[in-house]
Write a protein that binds this ligand. Structure first.
Ligand SMILES: [Zn+2]
Length: 384
């Protein structure tokens, strides 16, 4: 008997269920277009035993996952990023890692830039770690939402609206089931081949209709439309889809917030190094003022420096900052390079917390374990 047959009797916690839960928070559609997020290796149909979390996939991470009876590894950085042309175990360490994963039936799932760009994701976690409050996106995404307008006979208003809501339409920030409706008259005259739900073919008909309008994320549109069409009574339902320029409240790059009190440059650097557990920081000369408003972006985000300056941040914490970027920041903002690993690793606690909550809510005993080692390839020599 296959596992899928058993699923008829038991509600297994499959890898697919967990991926759908995480990707509902961090949709793959908001990831950088050249990213490679999602299931890297394995099968969505496997039942989860336990989950292992790490920033990167290394041999030691795989070994520790095996030791701890985990058959799913979550990583932030995708294991497969550049195309692999050969799986040669003797020459390529990545290939031998693939062999080990397959032989041990371990699946690997990654949420990368989709985790960076979502509310509560990498940059929000970094901002919280530093102690910022009133956290917002530094550079919110726009143009990801659409307006769906559907015309229904008055009696069908609720059933059609519910179908739209159930498929994920009508969500605004912390609110769901958001819609606007107005009354009006719909008219039509069906051809000889038509089969009208109301009125007769080849006769002009006027119906009391409701115009329902909702906001829909563009990647949910086809699901919302097919759900709506299933319950709409008309043979040819009338609906319109409009592009919107709304600024997203849910998705964006970087984060900005405020410290509880203004700190000196030295106090701020000490706080940052302490919270991110690093022994060294690179930084530019700041504005010469106290540090209160702070922008952050986990990983490589020098391209957001102009946004941080424009929003009048006193400091900007990111990583992989080049010499000339420090030069651009001089006198305008305290630019801090706190390390790629250090600024991103903070997000794993939030991923773990959400997974733990999800398993508890589903009555599962599944454990999530965070890798205790350090996958940071960058080492520091401190010349004391
Ligand atoms: Zn990264």
């Amino acid at each position: 008997m296959h596992q899928s047959d058993w699923c008829i009797f038991f509600d297994f916690m499959t890898i697919n269920k967990l991926i759908r839960f995480i990707e509902n928070w961090a949709p793959p559609e908001i990831a950088w277009e050249r990213d490679n997020v999602g299931l890297q290796i394995g099968s969505r149909d496997y039942t989860i035993r336990n989950v292992f979390l790490a920033l990167d996939l290394t041999e030691d991470v795989v070994d520790k996952a095996i030791e701890n009876n985990c058959n799913l590894i979550f990583t932030h950085h995708p294991f497969l990023f550049t195309p692999l042309r050969k799986i040669d175990y003797s020459r390529n360490p990545k290939a031998s890692l693939i062999k080990k994963l397959i032989l041990n039936e371990i699946s690997v799932f990654s949420a990368h830039t989709n985790l960076d760009y979502t509310k509560g994701g990498v940059s929000f976690q970094l901002a919280q770690k530093i102690g910022l409050t009133n956290i917002e996106f530094l550079s919110p995404l726009s143009g990801k939402e659409l307006k769906l307008v559907v015309f229904v006979p008055a009696d069908y208003k609720k059933v059609v609206a519910d179908a739209i809501f159930n498929a994920g339409g009508g969500i605004i920030g912390e609110y769901e089931n958001c819609s606007f409706s107005s009354v009006g008259k719909g008219t039509f005259k069906g051809s000889a081949n038509s089969n009208p739900a109301i009125g007769e073919k080849e006769k002009f008909t006027e119906v009391d209709e409701i115009r329902i309008e909702v906001i829909v994320d563009n990647w949910k549109l086809s699901g919302v439309i097919s759900s709506m069409l299933k319950v709409h009574p008309y043979e040819e339902p009338a609906f319109d889809v409009y592009p919107l320029n709304n600024i997203s409240k849910e998705y964006g790059a970087g984060a900005i917030g405020e410290l509880g009190k203004s700190l000196s440059k030295k106090e701020f650097l000490k706080l940052t190094a302490g919270k991110l557990k690093t022994s060294a920081l690179k930084y530019s000369a700041g504005k010469g003022t106290g540090i209160k408003k702070v922008a952050v972006c986990g990983g490589t985000c020098s391209d957001l420096l102009p946004d941080a300056i424009k929003k009048n941040a006193d400091a900007f914490i990111t990583a992989d900052v080049k010499y000339h970027t420090f030069q651009d920041a001089e006198g305008k903002i305290l630019l801090v390079d706190a390390g790629h690993y250090e600024t991103e690793n903070v997000a794993l606690d939030e991923v773990k917390k959400r997974m733990d909550d999800f398993f508890v809510r589903n009555g599962e005993q599944i454990k999530t374990l965070k890798y205790k080692g350090n996958t940071n390839p960058v080492k520091f020599f401190i010349n004391k």
